[in-house]
Design a protein around this ligand. Structure first.
Ligand code: NDP
Ligand code: KAL
Length: 257
């Protein structure tokens, strides 16, 4: 008997696919493999055609919707539309973060008030905004995941204001888990090790972070987006029932050092 969960006829929303390297894309492929009905959201019209060609690789036909998470009305109308087109929502993968590149190098305190507010808005508040908008449409045992990073727990050079945003995100996961638990909705985070994606490109000293993990982490290797996605499948499916308010590190064990 296979223990691979079956998600046939269950609707999952995946937010944050920029391209084929995105962690969200690995999550979408894994959910698709498990038979889920997928809704993929993108930030702006210019990303639509790229996502359409990626989505054509999926087994099931996905619904594509624009959703800029800085806009409350856009979030509300996206979730209304998801409900109209796909019924109740079994789960959401929130894989979205942004900070001004200029603030992701050098001194932490050199950032501006505006850079700080934008990073916290897109990378932390958006999780709550999305959960709030989905509330009327959640299935009774729905599950939400978000992606976080170790730089929210301890100082990692150059991560700067994103570290503060991830700390806020991790804390939001706990408050949301407590509030939504009585409704049967679980909320968890995956803390991923460094993975070469568009976001990781050209920021900080990414290569040295990859090689430090390879040399020191218990597993002595880096992790793949697919490994993050299989933990995502566990949390988003019934296999993770009983787990909420948790941060699971998928980082070869680096965080224990
Ligand atoms: P990607 O660059 O592939 O994904 C980041 C996504 O954020 C993009 O799809 C981007 O959308 C989206 N986004 C930014 N601003 C907005 C907005 N206003 N509205 C909607 N979407 C927006 O990188 P990753 O896959 O690496 O990142 C996904 C998550 O994983 C992030 O939370 C990141 O912090 C986290 N993470 C990544 C790690 C890594 O090493 N890569 C390690 C640990 C955590 P668009 O392209 O359409 O603008
Ligand atoms: C310590 C690490 C090295 C890198 C330092 C900071 C990384 C911050 C992540 C943040 C999400 C990156 C950006 O916001 C980049 C942005 O300013 C420019 N890029 C874009 O606009 C592209 C086109 C779009 C698609 O990107 C976004 N985000 O919209 C952290 C490493 C080791 C681990 C990482 C990369 C963690 C993480 O949180 O992503």
């Amino acid at each position: 008997m296979s223990i691979f969960p079956t998600l046939t006829n269950k609707t999952y929303v995946v937010m944050g696919i920029a391209n084929k390297r995105s962690i969200a894309w690995a999550i979408a492929k894994t959910l698709d493999e498990a038979g889920a009905k997928l809704v993929l959201t993108y930030a702006a019209e210019r990303f639509k055609s790229g996502l359409e060609s990626l989505a054509s690789e999926l087994k099931q036909e996905a619904i594509l919707l624009e959703c800029d998470v800085t806009n409350d009305e856009a979030i509300d109308s996206t979730f209304r539309s998801i409900h109209e087109q796909a019924g109740e929502i079994q789960g959401i993968a929130h894989s979205i973060a942004f900070a001004d590149k200029e603030a992701l190098r050098g001194e932490f305190s050199e950032m501006t008030r505006g850079q700080f507010a934008q990073a916290l808005d897109i990378s932390a508040y958006s999780l709550t905004a999305v959960v709030k908008a989905a509330k009327p449409y959640f299935a009774q045992d729905a599950s939400v995941i978000t992606l976080t990073y170790l730089g929210g727990e301890r100082v990692v050079p150059n991560y700067n204001l994103m570290g503060v945003a991830k700390a806020a995100l991790d804390s939001s996961v706990k408050y949301l888990a407590n509030e939504y638990g009585p409704h049967g909705v679980r909320v968890n985070a995956i803390s991923a090790g460094p993975i070469r994606t568009l976001s990781a490109k050209g920021v900080g000293d990414f290569n040295s972070i990859l090689s430090e993990l390879e040399q020191k982490a218990p597993l002595r290797r880096n992790v793949s987006a697919e490994e993050v996605a299989s933990t995502g499948l566990f949390l988003l499916s019934g296999m993770g029932s009983g787990v909420t308010g948790e941060v699971i590190h998928v980082d070869s064990g680096y965080h224990i050092l």
